[in-house]
Design a protein around this ligand. Structure first.
Ligand code: ADP
Length: 649
């Protein structure tokens, strides 16, 4: 006897949307049905562990696709757990999914505005109901694994459905779709009774489903001789045989021992389109929580062109229970690890997760966090175990990783453990900040760095003289990104990270600093008028003139204020087309330098001696040259130097 039931309001709205759908990826209905089937088999397998009656049913678990192009039907059948009469009503006749309320509200809004809402489907997904995008009538026949009776559910998606008793030999569910006529006006329209269409869709979305997806395929055959030529008089025969359409290779689920290195490499190449082999892969599982996932991540050996291109594809392929959801899921990995490729396969995410809701999804955020930690741990391990290999890697990818220091400064301690820098400690070695800190002098309380265009240009900078005298190491940073991160991550291992070319310099013990401070103050008092004259002369170039203990052999240098742009950053920004105003800096003079002593002597004798002004300009020019900067008036500077030389001869 057949009974008719009315759909609940929300289900009705949803179905209405499906029937009139203009959603462009209609093919995903197959992904949904296959994944329901795979879940049902999962359940049967799981229940058979505790239910003896089910044990004999798990020998030949599979999904079968049957296409009938004459009658335009497509059947997706499984021999999984099946549904009882009440379960069909509960699960298929009602929708009781998380987010349904929200979805219904959005739907209502869309229909009030008379908007078709195809993007809503993509956002929420609708599982079984997506069948109505391609079918005008759907039948579902199901027999629960430990029941004798089978039930049939029939609906055209309009308001009601019919339930009646049915026959089904085995446990499981068959969904029979009566496909809508092909839409000849729509180029994207696909005929889902065609073997090649089905093959393609299954390969694309369900290749890694863990059970065979079988289909009967027709093949022609002819008898051949030993040489492979058709035998004389032999006739072509058509045979029909089962073919498994999915590779079932969820390589990330297989124990690492069982997967060959070649298989990992091939898989990497397949997903990354990189011709090179990966440097490293990470097989990583998170188990025993409400957010279980498997992942297989790859670190490339060489960067692809896209690494520094904005809007290029980045991210990781997302699977939910072995069903492909999307490639290049950016939300799964922070931008500063965008070179990492791979797969995440979640057990708990909804199959219908869409790009729009990804960003706010709590599970995704947690996965992203653990992946980030895992990748950074792996990098750290590689650094500890194979430093040479890591240095090579760092040279390619270091500038991307360092972006993390300003994009995610909260994570900087962890990031610093993987970051390498060069320093005044050697001419070519690379060090971590931890190693730097270990070498710090007992009274040294800060990590010092100097930025610039090239190592050669900054290595001999006057800014480093006091550090050299004290035996302090200074990091030499020449990567443009260094100028940026130092503004955000200003501490490591409880030590402030400070520029050697910015702000006040206080080196040595407290006593030493006090003493230097007092001497300089006294000297500054004595030289007050000379300093004022220099300031007046150079006013358009500099902010202030002062005496400092920063140098030992040089006479002058230019110093930025704390937090101000360095000249290197200024020139980088200008090179990138930005209009940057010139930042005036402080001219620091070394009172111990004979040149300045002489200048002061001349000044005492004759405050109006024109040499003082000329020398002031030469000093400014020297300061710029010493840091690899550009002179404002190179030929003027040259002339002054030549005059000076002629006079000295
Ligand atoms: P979802 O799969 O997202 O839960 P669906 O609308 O696709 O939503 O399915 C609703 C429910 O119907 C499923 O959770 C499952 O309990 C049941 N169901 C669907 N298809 C099958 C099937 N092939 N075998 C057994 N149960 C199924």
């Amino acid at each position: 006897m057949a009974t008719t039931y009315e759909f609940k309001t929300e289900a009705r709205q949803l179905l209405d949307l499906m029937i009139h759908s203009v959603y462009s990826h209609k093919e995903i209905f197959l992904r949904e049905l296959i994944s329901n089937a795979s879940d049902a088999i999962d359940k049967l397998r799981f229940n058979s562990l505790t239910n003896e009656k089910l044990r004999g049913m798990t020998d030949d678990l599979h999904i079968r696709i049957t296409a009938d192009s004459k009658n335009r039907t497509l059947t997706i059948a499984d021999n999984g757990i099946g549904m009882s009469h009440d379960e069909i009503i509960d699960y298929i006749g009602t929708i009781a999914k998380s987010g349904t309320g929200e979805f219904a509200a959005l739907l209502k809004k869309a229909s009030e505005k008379k908007e078709a809402a195809p993007e809503l489907i993509g956002q929420f997904g609708v599982g079984f109901y997506s069948s109505f995008m391609v079918a005008d009538k759907v039948e579902l026949v199901s027999r629960k694994a430990d029941e004798e009776k089978a039930w049939k559910w029939i609906s055209s998606g309009e308001g009601s459905y019919v339930m009646e008793e049915a026959d089904r030999e085995m446990q499981g569910t068959s969904v029979i779709l009566h496909l809508k006529p092909e839409d000849s006006e729509n180029e994207d329209s696909q005929d889902f009774t065609q073997e090649w269409v089905l093959r393609q869709v299954i390969k694309k979305y369900s290749d890694f489903v863990g059970y065979p997806i079988k289909m009967q395929v027709e093949r022609t055959q002819i008898e051949r001789d030993e040489t492979g030529k058709p035998k004389e008089g032999a006739k072509e025969e058509t045979i029909v045989e089962d073919e498994v359409l999915n590779s079932m290779k969820a390589i990330w689920l297989r124990p690492e021992k069982e997967v060959s290195e070649d298989e990992y490499r091939e898989f990497y190449k397949h997903i990354s389109h990189d011709w090179n082999s990966p440097l490293k892969w990470i097989n990583f599982k998170a188990e025993g929580t409400s957010n279980e996932f498997n992942s297989l991540l790859f670190i490339p050996e060489k960067p692809g062109l896209e690494l520094f291109m904005p809007n290029s594809k980045r991210g990781i392929n997302l699977y939910v229970k072995r069903v492909f959801i999307m490639s290049d899921c950016e939300e799964l990995i922070p931008d500063y690890l965008r070179f990492v490729k791979g797969v995440v396969d979640s057990e708990n995410l909804s199959l219908n997760i869409s790009r729009e809701i990804l960003q706010h999804d709590r599970l995704i955020q947690t996965i992203r966090k653990s992946i980030t930690r895992k990748v950074l741990d792996t990098l750290k391990k590689m650094l500890n175990e194979d430093r040479e290999k890591y240095i090579d890697f760092w040279k390619h990818f270091g500038s991307v990783i360092k972006e993390g220091l300003f994009k995610e400064p909260a994570n900087s301690e962890k990031l610093f453990e993987c970051c390498l820098f060069q320093s005044t400690a050697s001419s070519s070695d690379w060090y971590t900040l931890g190693e730097y800190v270990e070498r710090m002098k007992p009274e040294q309380d800060k990590i010092y760095y100097l930025t610039g265009e090239a190592r050669e240009a900054i290595e001999n900078s006057p800014h480093l003289e006091a550090f050299r005298d004290k035996g302090y190491e200074v990091l030499l940073m020449t990567d443009p990104v260094d100028e940026v991160w130092v503004q955000y991550s200003s501490e490591c291992k409880q030590k402030k990270i400070k520029s050697a070319a910015r702000g006040n310099l206080e080196l040595g013990s407290e006593e030493e600093r006090k003493k230097t401070g007092e001497t300089l103050k006294q000297k500054e008092q004595e030289w007050k008028s000379l300093l004022e004259l220099i300031q007046n002369k150079l006013d358009k170039h500099i902010k202030a003139v002062k005496l400092s203990g920063r140098m030992s052999s040089s006479a002058v240098c230019l110093v930025s204020e704390e937090g101000e742009m360095t000249p290197h950053l200024e020139s980088l920004l200008r090179a990138s087309g930005k209009d940057v105003p010139q930042v005036k800096r402080t001219l620091e003079l070394n009172p111990g330098h004979p040149l300045l002593g002489k200048m002061h002597e001349i000044f005492i004798r004759d405050q109006n001696n024109p040499k003082i002004s000329e020398y002031a300009e030469l000093l400014y020019g020297q300061a710029l040259l010493a840091e690899g900067g550009q002179l404002p008036d190179p030929s003027g500077f040259n002339r002054k130097v030549a005059d000076l030389m002629a006079n000295a001869l």
